[in-house]
Design a protein around this ligand. Structure first.
Ligand code: GLA
Length: 367
């Protein structure tokens, strides 16, 4: 039996920058997707999940091109892309279980994609570079699920290291592991809401960024992505851009700068500075990028009133899901209790709180 586990991730900062060639700083967290695969002698792959009633079965020689509209599309996409990448896939019975909450903005999709890809590679006794696996999984999302996501999640799931945040340059795919000091705790809080808009709004934001780049390129021909634009450049060209596009670009440009500053703050162990950057990131995501929601705003507002917190913001794509909180380690347990209690009192919903201590990336436990 092949056994793989792949973690989820929390993004500390650098939100909605990864499809703009920018910087992100995620870390893997100790909540996992487990994949167990047993080889079969025929050309069939079955996939069952403990979270979804309907299993999926694929004939490897006739992988369907049509979407089922649920989790099975991720599996189908991974199989198609591995095959397209020249991997001689083998039949297998795959069982998926998870301790990672699904659809909470902690990359349950990327975690599943990577776990399945590693398991199918092991079944085929094939290997592939992690960058190639990450690209392939991203491609599976674009082509077979329909979300034009960036590369952050797959990279974080594959390449993270315990006790470090991963500063990733999404243009060069260069990784720097920045240690998270022991006196800092990362606390993740789930609003328990997921707004239906998430996928369509995600693609819409990406399209707005691309529209901004196209307009700016008319006077700034050297830019390739918002990564190449500074706030000064953007302000100079404000009049060229529709107001909404301008605000979207302003979020990306300032967020990219904040991600760089955050890496400096973390390298210097300056938790207060890092916390302020997290706070500023949230305001920008809320006002300029408009991907927050009342529940995320409420969770962040409450967090900022609690002793020991350095900063709090939404994390991931937005429209629900989780917040990430940077907290003094010796205050983390009390912080979590108070946050949960206040959020429940104010919203009627009991949030789930997760330990965001950075862990290692995906591993093949048994091949
Ligand atoms: C989702 C996507 C990522 C990234 C974030 C926002 O998690 O999968 O690629 O764009 O949203 O930062």
């Amino acid at each position: 039996v092949i056994e793989v586990r792949a973690p989820g991730r929390v993004n500390l900062i650098g939100e909605h920058t990864d499809y703009n060639d920018g910087f992100v700083m995620p870390a893997a967290i100790g909540y996992y997707t487990h994949v167990r695969a047993r080889r079969r002698d025929d050309r069939i792959v079955t996939v069952r999940s403990d979270r979804f009633p309907e299993p999926a079965a694929f004939q490897l020689d006739r992988l369907p091109r049509t979407r089922r509209g649920d989790w099975a599309d991720y599996a189908r996409g991974i199989l198609i892309e591995l095959a397209a990448g020249g991997i001689a896939l083998r039949g297998a019975d795959v069982l998926v279980t998870a301790t990672l909450p699904l659809g909470a903005g902690l990359s349950s999709s990327a975690s599943f994609e990577i776990a399945l890809a590693l398991a199918m590679l092991a079944a085929a006794e094939a290997s592939m570079e992690s960058t190639e696996i990450a690209r392939l999984a991203q491609c599976a999302e674009h082509e077979h699920v329909g979300i034009r996501s960036g590369i952050m999640d797959q990279f974080a799931v594959l390449r993270s290291h315990a006790h470090h945040a991963m500063l990733l340059d999404t243009r060069t795919l260069e990784v720097e592991l920045v240690p998270v000091p022991e006196r800092a705790a990362i606390v993740v809080a789930n609003t328990m809401v997921k707004h239906a808009l998430a996928a369509s709004e995600y693609n819409a934001r990406r399209a707005e960024c691309e529209a901004g780049v196209r307009i700016l390129q008319q006077t700034l021909p050297r830019i390739r992505a918002l990564r190449d634009v500074t706030l000064e450049m953007l302000e100079q060209h404000e009049a060229d851009l529709p107001a909404v596009v301008y605000r979207r670009c302003r979020h990306v440009v300032t967020e990219d700068a904040r991600a760089g500053e955050a890496a400096n703050a973390l390298r210097a162990g300056n938790l207060a500075a890092l916390g302020s950057l997290l706070n500023a990131s949230h305001e920008s995501l809320k006002n300029d990028y408009e991907v927050s929601c009342p529940e995320l705003d409420r969770m962040v507002e409450i967090a900022r009133t609690i002793e020991g917190v350095y900063g709090a913001r939404m994390t991931g794509g937005g429209f629900g899901g989780c917040t990430v909180n940077l907290v003094a380690a010796d205050r983390a347990a009390a912080f979590a209790r108070r946050l949960a209690r206040a959020y429940r009192t104010q919203t009627g919903t009991m949030p789930e709180i997760y330990d965001g201590t950075p862990v290692d990336g995906a591993q093949v436990l048994h091949a």
